[in-house]
Design a binder for this molecule. Structure first.
Ligand SMILES: *Cc1c(COP(=O)(O)O)cnc(C)c1O
Length: 442
């Protein structure tokens, strides 16, 4: 029996998952390997280890189903985990829907999004291996602030290349990164060869994540081992860390009396929050214990899953990263500067791409006008302002819920609310004043 009175399901700290879940051994076909950018042969741990902590490289290639969460990481997770699962009862009423809408809220973390789920273990493993500084890229600044926070926790430096459009348009995130002790450069910058090359060709570029990745990798590679690089999404080890989200949801849905989620909506930029939410539930589906649909919602301005090609591509502009088999718009693609900065990436997690290719996960694209319309509706109903990225998931869920008015159409929906939008209020202001451009590439 579904409990119609419960508004939020809270787990005790002691009920936090103790292991991350790796979907690789449960997939019907193994995912295509990452390839070495030079030889085009399968990439190895040793190929990656000069740039990433060795423990993270091992996780990248792991075929173990479960990986223990180190106690030092769990201790930091407990600042905000387990995160709450809410029933959006007021939103249901506003939509006159018979659907039961739940949202898993990752905005309770110190930086307001799911990104800290991976920044903390990444900083931890690097610190254990004696790395003194991490370099990274950031779009809107969520990953940069998550990594700056995590580096601070483990006593490391943090150097961040922020996509220029966001560096200029979202100063509060830069202040947050600096508050946590990070050093922030606008990207492209004149501090790296790859940055100088882009600036010479396109002096007015708004920047892109692909460019910022090149700069951060170059800085780590040229540090003589003092610095390593950290990536906030896309790679398998990041998806692994984010699995805490879905593992918690599996424990929380029964508290509402739900046997399963019928459909999951999550936004997809690099794919990590959606995969982290979905893969533990997909494990249950593949084992025949549940029948859940999964929908990855991306911005129409950067539609890698719905319009991109499934092929090997680099994760960055300069071609420094391994070749990853993924849905991609091409390493040179520069998306329009939409407000959902965290979704402006040309590629997609290879693991999520693989599940989309196998038909296990569906994909949909949403314009930013529709995304903010849903975000405002959600804010007014639930009292919580979603991150512009999360608004894409909300929009797809809202459209689905609106079509369900009869009791027999009722389903349990779970929205991945990847973060809050309190540092994105200028974007909401643009929407509210009617000035939002709905740039759609078709
Ligand atoms: C970074 C970010 C995203 C997109 O990244 P994924 O790897 O696709 O999860 C989504 N929502 C928020 C709030 C983000 O900060």
């Amino acid at each position: 029996m579904v409990d119609d009175t419960l508004v939020k399901a809270l787990l005790a700290e002691s009920e936090m998952p103790t292991q991350w879940y790796n979907i690789v051994p449960d997939l019907p076909e193994p995912p295509p390997p990452h390839l070495h950018p030079g030889t085009r042969g399968p990439l190895t741990v040793n190929d990656m280890a000069p740039i990433f902590a060795r423990a993270l490289c091992e996780q990248e290639f792991s075929t173990e189903r479960y990986v223990d969460i180190p106690e030092a990481v769990a201790e930091v997770y407990r600042i905000w985990r387990p995160s709450p699962l809410f029933r959006a009862r007021r939103l249901e009423k506003a939509l006159s829907t018979s659907a039961r809408i739940y949202y898993k809220y990752e905005g309770t973390s110190p930086i307001g999004s799911h990104k800290a789920n991976s920044s903390v273990p990444q900083a931890y493993y690097n610190s254990v291996e004696g790395v003194s500084r991490l370099t990274t890229e950031t779009g809107a600044g969520q990953w940069g602030s998550a990594l700056a926070f995590a580096c601070q926790v483990f006593g490391m430096g943090c150097e961040i290349w922020q996509v220029r459009a966001s560096y200029e348009g979202k100063p509060y995130r830069r202040m947050l990164m600096e508050t946590f002790g990070g050093t922030v450069h606008p990207s492209p910058s004149d501090l790296t060869e790859s940055g100088r090359a882009v600036l010479a060709a396109h002096p007015d570029t708004p920047g892109s994540l692909g460019m910022a990745v090149s700069e951060a990798i170059e800085a780590a590679a040229g540090s003589g081992g003092a610095a390593k690089y950290a990536l906030g999404s896309v790679l398998n080890h990041v998806v692994l860390h984010q699995s805490v989200i879905g593992e918690e949801v599996l424990r929380q849905l029964p508290m509402f009396g739900e046997e399963q989620a019928d459909v999951v909506y999550g936004c997809a930029g690099g794919g990590s929050n959606l995969a982290g939410l979905s893969f533990p539930l997909l494990r249950e589906k593949l084992a025949g214990h549940a029948d859940t649909r999964f929908v990855a919602v991306e911005p129409a301005a950067c539609p890698s899953l719905t319009q991109g090609r499934y092929e090997y591509d680099h994760g960055d502009v300069a071609g420094l990263t391994p070749l990853l088999k993924m849905y991609t718009l091409g390493q040179d693609f520069v998306p329009d500067p939409i407000h959902a900065g965290g979704l402006r990436y040309h590629g997609m997690s290879p693991l999520l791409s693989h599940t989309v290719n196998l038909g296990l996960v569906e994909a949909a694209a949403v314009g930013q006008q529709e995304a903010f319309e849903a975000g405002v509706l959600f804010a007014r109903a639930e009292g919580l302002v979603p991150a512009p990225e999360s608004c894409h998931a909300v929009a797809a869920a809202v459209a689905d819920a609106r079509s369900r008015t009869r009791p027999e159409d009722s389903v349990a929906m779970v929205i991945g609310l990847s973060g809050h939008g309190q540092l994105d209020l200028p974007a909401y202001q643009t929407y509210l004043s009617g000035d939002l451009a709905d740039t759609v590439r078709l």
